[in-house]
Design a protein around this ligand. Structure first.
Ligand SMILES: [Zn+2]
Length: 284
């Protein structure tokens, strides 16, 4: 919390310096900020004390978020946040009972029983974010995760290389996968993946090559214009400190989104996430 005032000052500077470069249509948006669907948030165990649920929700609302796709290690954090703001939080079930399981979970059969127990008790829109690479995506535990997503009609939020994404689609061609960080892959490779997989979407969390200081990279601009309905933004609060970037992230996203055609900006900012996830809990 002690860093918050400096962050907020920098954010205000960023916003006021960026406004001059915004196109005319953004004038109305500046008065009423573009809503943001943050597709990549975690509320894990070490965030609960420094940032209790009510304060975390206050940050999400201060950022002007329309919705937030939230997962956590353990899942208790997600449930606390969902209870505090059911209108805002969309729960995703992370396989990890604590953060140290990131590198071991694909070989830990007890994860399956854990997921099944949570799925029986709570409602979710996705399973993830989980980390899996290459051939590990064809292991026993991951195969069961893909099957559980199909049985429960859930998205997979997968932090993976392209190979592991391909393997999940081979297991279930009807799977719906949100590719975390767009795989930290190049815009050219991401476009190739989106062409090959019509049920693949990407979040742009924790990467800066697509845009900085209100400018969008040419390669990424081409990707956004070819696939305006397949991208979402996200902060990735993988440590408690990063919660204070949720507001900064939303504001800086508004700056670079303002350089795209308005309909494309709106899709990436919130409409894609809302259409894919927004009503999934209400309709089940
Ligand atoms: Zn993450």
């Amino acid at each position: 919390m002690k860093h918050a005032p400096a962050l907020f000052r920098r954010r205000q500077l960023l916003v006021s310096s960026g406004l001059a470069a915004l196109p005319l249509w953004a004038g109305a948006a500046a008065a009423s900020p573009l809503p943001i669907f943050d597709a990549h948030l975690h509320y894990s165990h070490d965030a609960w004390d420094p940032l209790p649920p009510a304060q975390a929700v206050a940050l999400l609302r201060q950022a002007g978020l329309k919705r937030a796709l939230v997962s956590s290690s353990s899942d208790e954090g997600t449930q606390m946040l969902y209870e505090a703001a059911p209108d805002l939080v969309l729960p995703s079930l992370r396989p990890y009972r604590n953060r140290s399981e990131i590198g071991t979970w694909t070989r830990d059969a007890t994860v399956v029983a854990h997921l099944e127990a949570r799925l029986a008790k709570y409602r979710y829109v996705a399973i993830g974010e989980f980390h899996v690479f290459g051939a590990d995506a064809d292991g026993t535990v991951m195969r069961r995760v893909v099957a559980l997503a199909r049985e429960h009609n859930l998205f997979l939020h997968s932090h993976s290389d392209a190979d592991a994404i391909d393997r999940q689609f081979r297991q279930d061609p009807d799977a719906r996968i949100l590719w975390a960080h767009a795989g930290f892959d190049t815009p050219e490779n991401v476009r190739d993946m989106l062409r090959r997989h019509p049920r693949l979407w990407c979040d742009l969390a924790f990467r800066s090559d697509h845009a900085s200081m209100g400018r969008v990279d040419d390669g990424w601009r081409a990707a956004f214009l070819e696939f305006p309905d397949r991208f979402m933004v996200g902060t990735d609060t993988f440590t408690p400190e990063r919660w204070h970037y949720v507001v900064d992230h939303a504001d800086s996203a508004r700056l670079w989104l303002a350089t795209l055609p308005p309909a494309v900006a709106e899709r990436i900012a919130w409409r894609n996430g809302e259409e894919l996830f927004g009503q999934r809990l209400a309709s089940r």
